[in-house]
Design a protein around this ligand. Structure first.
Ligand SMILES: Cc1ncc(C[n+]2csc(CCOP(=O)(O)OP(=O)(O)O)c2C)c(N)n1
Length: 670
């Protein structure tokens, strides 16, 4: 044995083909055992993934949360077995062979699509195509922002994405690659599984884009490689890592279902088990002799060595950052150390707002809250999908935008890209170290709903600042006036919808959004000025209970008026008018149905009372039955709005104190 041979590590001693075939075998056998799944993509991308893990990806399987690890995002989430096989092979904690055998079964770590939190090493939940790619753009932004704050000794890593034709066909991909190119995110490397196949068959049925040219046009470096030639893949990755002037697309020409004797290259390998016969033939073709879920020992050892190859770099990172508090804080919840300062900023805002007699919109109150918050909470990263001046997301004094080559700032101009903004915020939150918030008009949540849903599914603290929250936006008309949106957002599990009524409530709602580390929050804010209803400074965050009695009448309640946001002023006015008729009306403010639902039944009963109820909200009735009951009254909308000045619209659609009084009269007569 030569000296060089003696020094060969277990990882290097095993042929590339054997290591890649281990992935193929695990993928086809797990899908076969589950009787469902997608074997074709993992089999096609096995060569690319093997080279990536052996040569490029910086990670230490024993510490999947190492902050300076490279991120790997499987945007083509249907190919989940590729990721699960790699996590098992490299020895990630908890990903044993039993989990692969239980692929897609109840309670397994190996869900149908990768789910964040199910197993270490899954960086984000993917499945809706294109989302992972846009998450990765957020992670690559976060990487640069941490690099700018903490220095390259602490954070300096790559973000890799495996994306398929489907990811690149989705509209969100355009927003994401355009933003990444604009910001020059040179640490982002996308490995495109260029197999020319999707579910319907050849992608030529539906698309003829030249992806390399498309990415180049968006400011990326882009190249093509043979995705089954390990040397070519290796050279491409080395090239991309060496040049971080721009993000990289490496279009890897692959064969879906590589190795399958009759199905390779066909869409039949995409989404169903290969079948026993085909699997037998694949084993022969790949010269893979091991039975299902068994691996030749040298192959497994070689893979395990790959899992440990980053350990040295990891320990030297630990040594050089041991005394660095900022690096240590990366492992903990962002902002934890700032809680007292945040509480103080909120308290100051509340007491100033309570005595401020100016009428303002809640979007402006929100901007004023941010003026106090940003300086004490540097983790808070603002942004907006254009419309910055309209939604008040950027403060006058505390914000500096980030830009290509300049990431020390704390504000992101996402451009007119709502969907990518929301998905990138998911990536920023998942990355750790930051609390992202981003703004647009409430009506345009339709454009980012898929990503909002994933914020909720992944339980990420992403804060959506959504202004122009009703017909109260006026002249822009029904295209811009949200009607069903509050109900639609309240329908997503784990989303906190917060609709504050005035300045004090807006400050309280910001505090709530920051405190809820396991939820995305929606701040629904008005364009129009609102009535100041909370005129006394209270130390208690009344909005945190979801609903509270703003005003109790002198006598026993005849009716309870419940309102949210700007319409609370209408409820107060109606209660005053009713009082002149001798009707005792209580006024309840309900900034958050979700928080109220979580209160003890006794509190809810006390707030809602036993008198008939009328709700007032400039939106649809759906979701109000829960609070007003079958016989309750509703002053709201049941159709699209119209283009006119806001006061005219409220009059026209009957969202007035007069109509509320009428509704109460009708209810009490029954
Ligand atoms: C937003 C979204 N639309 C549709 C789907 C359903 N779907 C899953 S995979 C797939 C085809 C993807 O094709 P490609 O990326 O080429 O994957 P490959 O066939 O190469 O594995 C589709 C339409 C999805 N997961 N997400």
């Amino acid at each position: 044995m030569t000296e060089a041979r003696e020094k060969t590590t277990p990882s290097q001693a095993v042929a590339h083909a054997d290591m890649a075939n281990a992935i193929r075998a695990l993928a086809m056998d797990a899908v076969q055992a589950a009787k469902s799944g997608h074997p074709g993509m993992p089999m096609g991308m096995a060569d690319v993934a093997t080279v990536l893990f052996r040569e490029a990806l910086r990670f230490d399987a024993s510490d999947p949360k190492w902050p300076n690890r490279d991120r790997l995002i499987l945007s083509a989430g249907h190919g989940s077995m590729l990721l699960y096989a790699l996590l098992y092979l490299t020895g990630y904690p908890g990903m044993d062979i039993g989990e692969l055998k239980r692929f897609r079964q109840m309670g397994a770590k190996t869900a149908g699509h990768p789910e964040y939190g199910h197993a270490p090493g899954i960086e984000t939940t993917t499945g809706p195509l294109g989302q992972g790619l846009a998450n990765a753009v957020g992670m690559a932004i976060a990487e640069r922002m941490l690099n700018a704050r903490l220095g390259g000794d602490v954070i300096d890593h790559h973000v890799y994405v495996i994306a398929g034709d489907g990811c690149l066909m989705e509209g969100i991909s355009h927003e994401a690659i355009s933003l990444a190119g604009h910001l020059g995110l040179g640490k982002l490397i996308v490995l495109f599984d260029d197999n020319g196949i999707s579910i319907d068959g050849s992608t030529s049925l539906a698309v003829s884009d030249d992806e390399v040219m498309r990415f180049k046009a968006s400011g990326w470096n882009a190249m093509r490689v043979d995705g089954h030639d390990p040397e070519a893949i290796s050279a491409a990755l080395a090239n991309a890592r060496a040049d971080s002037s721009k993000p990289w697309l490496i279009a890897c020409k692959t064969t879906i279902g590589y190795g399958a004797p009759t199905k390779a290259g066909k869409s039949s390998t995409h989404g169903e088990p290969l079948g026993e016969e085909e699997i037998k033939g694949t084993r022969e073709k790949l010269n893979w002799r091991s039975p299902p879920f068994e691996l030749p020992e040298p192959v497994l050892l070689a893979w395990r060595a790959v899992g440990q190859k980053g350990a040295k770099e990891h320990s030297s990172w630990k040594a050089r950052t041991a005394k660095n508090d900022a690096a240590a804080a990366l492992g903990s919840t962002a902002g934890a150390s700032r809680q007292a300062a945040v509480a103080d900023a909120i308290a100051q805002a509340k007491s100033a707002f309570a005595s401020d007699e100016n009428k303002r919109s809640t979007r402006v109150w929100s901007q004023m809250v941010l003026e106090g918050l940003i300086p004490v909470l540097p983790e808070l990263i603002g942004g907006s999908a254009d419309l910055t001046g309209s939604n008040g997301t950027r403060t006058k004094s505390a914000h500096t935008p980030i830009a290509k080559g300049s990431f020390a700032g704390n504000y992101i101009h996402y451009g007119v890209r709502e969907h990518a903004m929301a998905a990138a915020m998911n990536g920023i939150a998942l990355n750790g170290g930051f609390i992202p918030y981003g703004g647009t008009f409430l009506v345009f949540t339709d454009y980012c709903r898929a990503a909002i849903r994933l914020s909720a599914l992944m339980r990420q603290r992403v804060i959506y600042v959504l202004t122009h929250d009703s017909i109260g936006l006026g002249e822009d008309g029904p295209t811009h006036q949200p009607i069903e949106h509050l109900a639609a957002l309240r329908a997503i599990p784990h989303v906190l919808v917060l609709r504050p009524a005035d300045g004090v409530e807006t400050a309280e709602c910001w505090e709530i959004a920051l405190q809820h580390t396991q939820n995305p929050s929606i701040l629904a804010l008005s364009r129009q000025a609102v009535t100041n209803v909370r005129k006394a400074a209270s130390t208690e965050n009344l909005s945190a209970k979801g609903a509270y009695v703003l005003r109790e009448p002198d006598g026993e309640r005849d009716v309870t008026l419940i309102a949210t946001g700007a319409e609370l002023g209408i409820a107060v006015e109606a209660a005053d008018a009713l009082a002149t008729e001798g009707v005792c009306a209580a006024v309840v403010s309900m900034p958050s149905m979700e928080l109220f639902r979580a209160q003890p039944a006794s509190y809810r009963a006390q707030v809602l009372g036993s008198a008939p109820r009328v709700a007032i909200e400039a939106g649809i009735k759906q979701c109000w039955h829960e609070w007003i009951g079958e016989g309750g009254g509703f002053v709201g909308l049941s159709d699209f709005g119209a283009s006119a000045p806001a006061p005219k619209l409220f009059e026209h659609f009957g969202l007035t104190a007069g109509k509320t009084v009428e509704t109460v009269r009708g209810l009490l007569k029954k």
